[in-house]
Design a protein around this ligand. Structure first.
Ligand code: ADP
Length: 432
């Protein structure tokens, strides 16, 4: 029954309890890093004594961070499945209702049940719905939300690390979370779950083709290439739509045509338009690549884009870099004594740390004449860096092309692959 108004304090269960999820890490394709990190949580649940015997406090909470549909819920279920423990789950948004106090009592209720079934996993989806920085809301505080989050903190502080309850919470916005949630003893661990790259998408397609009749002409590699930006949920949806199309066409098997048609429909759909990165965009990104940046003088990249695409096609990504370069150059002159003319003195007001990308103070305490010298010195520094970058790129354009090609194929390139692009001594030039 729905319960009368006197009933709301005695929360209706707003959580699900699953004794055995039956999900394992094998059901989660790709996401290798996340699985590796969560394997530790599985071990905490399975062998708590191993840790407590050494006096270790077992973590209570772990945040799963990533966009919707990337498999955070699936991973949480897999942790419970791997450890063979019950799975309690709820969406934080459901905690918060019209009546003040309901959310808090639901949280209390959830943890009461969970503690009775320990060891177990408690999974809280969309934690940002209640976990936003308190007092940051529009139009004053939100009592209900604050009470809910306070209750959650009380619960987490209340049980010992070795009580066998481990709380996993999912969010796409770790940046807006109340810092109290992230303190030691609460959600002090984070596991990132990203959108899958090409190889990951192939594996996910394989998982979601299990139990489906596929024609021989279906090539996962090709589908994966056509679906950059797709999450696991998107790919699952794609395969399901293709199966529905095949049934509607009275086919016995799903062929590449059904998958193509389903894909077209999904991409043409209103929300998914942005999910797929166009080839053109991919190429720009590949050339812009922060990969060279990581190993080499910053300048190389911005110029790379210009050399390849022409000045008029330089992206905002690159113009941001230009701004960054100018800012760093200014700091070099004003604060770090890189200019002979200005000398080894720090001039100008206190600025932010340029390496943390902080805003520089615009307040200057030197004369107009000095300002002119500073400007000229900054310009010269930037121009020198720019021409050196142009020179490096033109000399080694073949390496850049190879790297871009690899990036377009694979979307990610690891350090070893990166280094393999360099033949013999060439690497020195870049690493120097
Ligand atoms: P999230 O919690 O991140 O929003 P879900 O775990 O709810 O995402 O994912 C929705 C569905 O998408 C899953 O049930 C699963 O079928 C599919 N899916 C997502 N990621 C993967 C993956 N890495 N491997 C296999 N299936 C996935």
């Amino acid at each position: 029954g729905l319960g009368g108004p006197m009933d709301f304090g005695r929360s209706k269960s707003k959580f699900q309890e699953v004794p055995e999820t039956g999900v394992t890490f094998l059901d989660v394709a790709g996401a290798d890093q996340a699985k590796l990190e969560l394997q530790e949580v599985v071990d905490f649940l399975k062998n708590p004594d191993k840790y407590t015997a050494l006096g270790a406090k077992i973590p209570k909470g772990c945040l799963l961070v990533g966009p919707p549909g990337t498999g955070k819920t699936l991973l949480a279920r897999a942790v419970a499945g791997e450890a063979g423990v019950p799975f309690f789950s709820c969406a934080a948004s459901e905690f918060v209702e019209l009546f003040v106090g309901v959310g808090a009592s639901r949280v209390r209720d959830l943890f009461e049940k969970a503690k009775a079934k320990a060891p177990c996993i408690v999974f809280i989806d969309e934690i940002d719905a209640v976990g936003r920085q308190r007092g940051a809301g529009l139009g004053g505080g939100n009592d209900e939300r604050e009470q809910t989050i306070n209750q959650l903190l009380t619960e987490m502080d209340g049980f010992a690390g070795n009580s066998g309850v481990i709380v996993l919470a999912a969010t796409n916005r770790p940046d807006v979370l109340d810092s109290a949630l992230l303190r030691p003893g609460r959600f002090d661990r984070q596991v990132t779950v990203d959108r899958p790259d090409v190889a990951g998408r192939v594996k996910i397609l394989e998982v979601h083709s299990r139990g489906k009749a596929l024609a021989k002409d279906v090539d996962f590699e090709k589908i994966a290439r056509r679906t950059p930006g797709f999450t696991g949920a998107d790919l699952q949806n794609l395969m399901n739509e293709a199966a529905i199309l095949a049934a509607r066409r009275d086919l016995k098997e799903i062929s590449k045509d059904e998958i193509s048609d389903a894909l077209e429909r999904i991409i043409a759909g209103p929300e998914k338009k942005n999910a797929v990165v166009s080839e053109e965009k991919k190429k720009l990104v590949a050339y812009h690549g922060n990969y060279l940046l990581a190993m080499n003088s910053e300048e190389v990249l911005k110029v790379a884009e210009e050399v390849i695409f022409g000045r008029e096609n330089v992206t905002t990504g690159a113009s941001n870099d230009f701004m960054q370069v100018s800012r760093v150059a200014r700091q070099m002159v004003e604060r770090f004594g890189f200019s002979k003319k200005i000398g080894q003195v720090a001039i100008g007001g206190p600025g932010g740390n340029p390496f943390l990308g902080q805003q520089m103070s615009s307040q200057k305490d030197y004369s107009m004449a000095t300002a002119d010298v500073v400007d000229a010195e900054v310009r010269e520094l930037v121009e020198r860096a720019y021409s050196r970058a142009t020179q490096i790129i033109t000399t080694h354009i073949d390496i850049l092309h190879k790297l871009a090609q690899l990036l377009m194929e694979k979307e990610t390139v690891d350090g070893e692959e990166f280094m393999s692009l360099f033949i013999d001594g060439q690497a020195e030039l870049f690493v120097a």
